[in-house]
Ligand binder design. Structure first.
Ligand code: 57M
Length: 358
């Protein structure tokens, strides 16, 4: 909104030129989303408590017993603060901004459907796995069609460290992109089992994609760093700024000991949008490094289930996903969380190094 209203006045008041800059608007979007979350947080938490939107806690990890009744669906707060921040700071004529917001809201609605069903049913039973997957796939399909039908769409895959070989997926870019989004969405959901565990690495990934996307949208920097240039993509940096701000604002309350959980409305939307940001920035494969922690959590479940079936009942980890394994080994929750954050920062830095090591 500020962009549309104030930039035309920049000829008269040159100070208003600052609103043209993506870097300035991205930082402003970050701070706006953060401040909104911190301000509305206490009322929102109290409101959820009044509505009795408390989390059901499974009995199998004893350390979690004290978390019973913690309000869930904090993802709604992120959606709100991010949405308001985008309205204020993004150039609303950008189709990429609307597409990205659509992915965030679409995956969020699938999660909300699951959260509300869990609240209604006994013992945390949400919608079926099939229904959840169908909802995620439908949102991903619409987003991929919007991306694919845009004349700026680049269906080639850039492979880290190999700049000569960029296979063109053509029409198969659509199912590939859907897979990236749905997998990322479920991976973040699996990780969301300790206070701040999912939001920390999401903030790191949001910041890393802000850099990738800024570069992708800047012809000069992109050609210097041998990164595919996509005109108009830079505007999505403002979305990343708002995402990081909304994430930090949520972490304010989700930090151990958490006053609120994000629910599926939060985890599915964050994961889905990280997948989409990877597609937009043409860093589809680098996503596995940026989100390496989410990948490790998912792999631990696949390995656990596979090993269990293969051996006829033996377990590889005390419990999957991986954070439960450390919990059952007696590592305190706050230590696991901070170690996972450190790992995700390292992975984020490794992903950024791809820019130089080519
Ligand atoms: C999400 N949800 C948390 C909260 C959060 C296939 C299988 C591996 C699936 C997996 C699973 O269900 N994952 C989905 C995990 C839950 O958090 C809620 O869910 C939202 C995210 N969807 O926002 O609303 C619990 O996590 C804790 N929590 C925190 N702080 C937070 O900030 O402490 C969440 C956020 C909350 C709270 O206790 O209630 C969850 O874990 O349920 N299933 C599992 O993870 C189960 N693992 C398992 O069964 N492993 C097996 C096999 C299948 C691999 C094995 O190892 O043999 C574990 N889930 C739980 N207890 N709760 C088992 C132990």
């Amino acid at each position: 909104m500020f962009y549309t209203l104030l930039v035309p006045l920049a000829d008269e008041w040159s100070a208003l030129n600052v609103f043209r800059y993506i870097s300035f608007r991205s930082l402003a979007a970050l701070m706006t989303a953060l401040v909104i979350s911190v301000l509305v947080g206490p009322r929102f938490i109290a409101w959820l408590r009044r509505l009795k939107c408390g989390q059901y806690i499974h009995e199998d990890v004893a350390a979690h017993a004290g978390k019973a009744g913690t309000p869930t669906m904090g993802g709604i707060m992120m959606l709100f603060s991010l949405g308001v921040s985008l309205l204020l700071w993004a150039d609303l004529r950008s189709s990429y901004i609307w597409q990205t917001f659509f992915v965030f809201v679409g995956f969020g609605l699938v999660g909300l459907w699951d959260d509300l069903t869990k609240l209604r049913h006994h013992k945390n039973r949400g919608i079926s796995g099939r229904a959840k997957l169908a909802g995620q796939a439908a949102v991903a399909l619409v987003a991929m069609l919007a991306l694919f039908l845009d004349e700026r769409c680049d269906t080639t895959l850039s492979i880290p460290f190999i700049k000569e070989w960029t296979p063109d997926l053509g029409i198969f870019y659509i199912p590939f992109g859907m897979f990236v989004m749905v997998a990322a969405s479920n991976a973040v959901n699996l990780t969301d089992g300790l206070d701040g565990l999912a939001i920390g690495p999401t903030i790191v990934a949001g910041a890393v994609f802000a850099i990738f996307i800024y570069i992708t949208g800047n012809a000069r920097v992109a050609s210097y760093l041998l990164v595919p240039y996509v005109p108009g993509m830079g505007e999505v940096t403002v979305f990343c700024g708002a995402l990081v701000g909304a994430g930090l604002g949520f972490l304010w309350f989700n930090a151990y000991p958490a006053q609120i959980f994000m629910g599926d409305v939060g985890s599915l939307s964050l994961g889905g949008v990280l997948g989409y940001l990877a597609l937009l920035s043409k860093q589809e494969l680098v996503l596995a490094v940026v989100g390496g922690l989410f990948v490790a959590e998912t792999l631990s479940v696949i390995m656990q289930v596979g090993y269990f079936r293969w051996t006829g009942g033996k377990r590889l980890f005390r419990m999957a996903p991986l954070h439960h394994h450390f919990e059952l080994k007696g590592v305190p929750e706050s230590k696991i969380i901070i170690r996972f954050w450190i790992t995700s920062i390292l992975l984020g830095l490794m992903a950024l190094s791809v820019l130089k090591l080519r």
